[in-house]
Design a protein around this ligand. Sequence first.
Ligand SMILES: *[C@@H]1O[C@H](CO)[C@@H](O)[C@H](O)[C@H]1NC(C)=O
Ligand SMILES: *[C@@H]1O[C@H](CO)[C@@H](O)[C@H](O)[C@H]1NC(C)=O
Ligand SMILES: *[C@@H]1O[C@H](CO)[C@@H](O)[C@H](O)[C@H]1NC(C)=O
Ligand SMILES: *[C@@H]1O[C@H](CO)[C@@H](O)[C@H](O)[C@H]1NC(C)=O
Length: 454
Amino acid sequence: MTLKLKIWILLEICLLSVVGAAVMAPPWADPNLNPCAKEPRGWQLLFWPSDGKCYKIFQVGHPCPEGMELSPATSRTGKELYAECRCPPKHALSTVDGKCYQLFTLGPCLEGYYFGPDNIYKNNVTTSSQQIGACKKIPTCPNANSIFWIKGEKCYQKLTKGPCPKGQLLTVDHNEIPVCACNKRKELEMFRGADDKCYQHFTRGPCKEKGTLFLPDQTCDCHDFLPHHHRETNKCYELGTIGPCNKGEMFTILPKTSTGGCVCRNSNIRYKNNNSCHRPFTQGPCEQGEILLNSTTCIHQPCQRGELYYPSDGKCYRIGSGGPCDKGKIISFDFKTRPSVDGVSYNGVCACGKRNCEGEIECDKSKGLTRYGDKCFKLYSQGPCAKGAWLVPRREGRELLTENELNGAMCECISGNVRRVRMIGNVHLTECLPQTALLAEFLNNNFTQNKLNY
Ligand SMILES: *[C@@H]1O[C@H](CO)[C@@H](O)[C@H](O)[C@H]1NC(C)=O
Ligand SMILES: *[C@@H]1O[C@H](CO)[C@@H](O)[C@H](O)[C@H]1NC(C)=O
Ligand SMILES: *[C@@H]1O[C@H](CO)[C@@H](O)[C@H](O)[C@H]1NC(C)=O
Ligand SMILES: *[C@@H]1O[C@H](CO)[C@@H](O)[C@H](O)[C@H]1NC(C)=O
């Protein structure tokens, strides 16, 4: 065998293994689509028709307008390649001035408005996913002391943690845009801890010593005149947390005495004088084979395998059957009970069957949560979505990825990222990759492609 032939065979094998791993050269590396691909290192260049020159892909600025990057887009048939100028990730294009602005900021808008995603797409000829943005009015909250958190579509009290990450509080910036911040502004001064982060008063905040809270004088301390004070332990605890309390309880202000004490959390109940609280219809404090019915009664667990107890009529029904439920609904587990914490629950609830049924699952909007399938997630976070995607409110006429998106929110590539569906074995895997990652991945496999282009 000649050396040349050996090299060709080697290249062929390399190319096959590249294809086998489903890593394909991006379309702009194809000289039939992109005239610039013929040049040395041409897979990094895109043809720009207006001046007939080749430009480096993903370059920001010239030949694109300032702030935009040169991006490839192929036609639906994959036969034509366009170079287009696109906004960077998390930015969107304003159709008013043709510029890119960061989403959820003031952008080009007037005070009282914000620049938000618009549910239309510029171009239906290419597969471009250029996100369009538009000015939208910031809704006002019923309570004047509250702020509308745009990404969660919900009002929160000003200068509380609300939807913010730890160490930041909800406020507005100098453009009146709601933000999570801990900046030098005067209103935040009194919330600043020794660690230079901002915390709500009467929370644990930056406090390290157990039983102390972050107080309005910015110290970590505990005083017996505070309702957060717990006499038995002589310590202070955050309200609504477990504090010094037992399983199934929370620490709160007791209405009778206006002092801190322990009560059953949410829908838990206390059986007789037991010192912990339990979900009804779990074993709780009852004997083996029994379930807790109410604060005075344990009953023998009455259901067969595969059945759940329906409290309203005290009967057992098969999981997934219609039982006594309204049309379209079926007997289902009570997903509010967490088996790891509460134990196995025999509580049957009527839940949405499949389609066209008002969701039984209510997401806590006070926490900025939205529904995806039968779970709750934060809007504009990754939530259940693939890497590089985020959860957005559902849009009319958009292709849904899964049935989970029938109600509630849907996953979408963060604007600026590119959706790619790969076959791994025989499952489709959807990914949303930054353009730079696509390029890097391609470059990692550039050996064969690179050589073949010469
Ligand atoms: C999309 O295409 C249709 C017909 O092909 C056209 O009528 C419509 O105006 C286009 N929409 C946009 C936003 O370009
Ligand atoms: C409370 O219930 C637990 C079982 O969860 C039991 O071990 C304990 O003895 C009960 N305490 C009282 C005071 O009834
Ligand atoms: C608990 O349930 C039993 C049986 O249904 C009933 O007799 C009793 O009154 C209930 N107790 C309370 C406190 O509701
Ligand atoms: C890809 O090409 C670059 C520059 O030509 C080179 O530095 C790099 O090692 C190549 N990667 C691989 C995996 O061959």
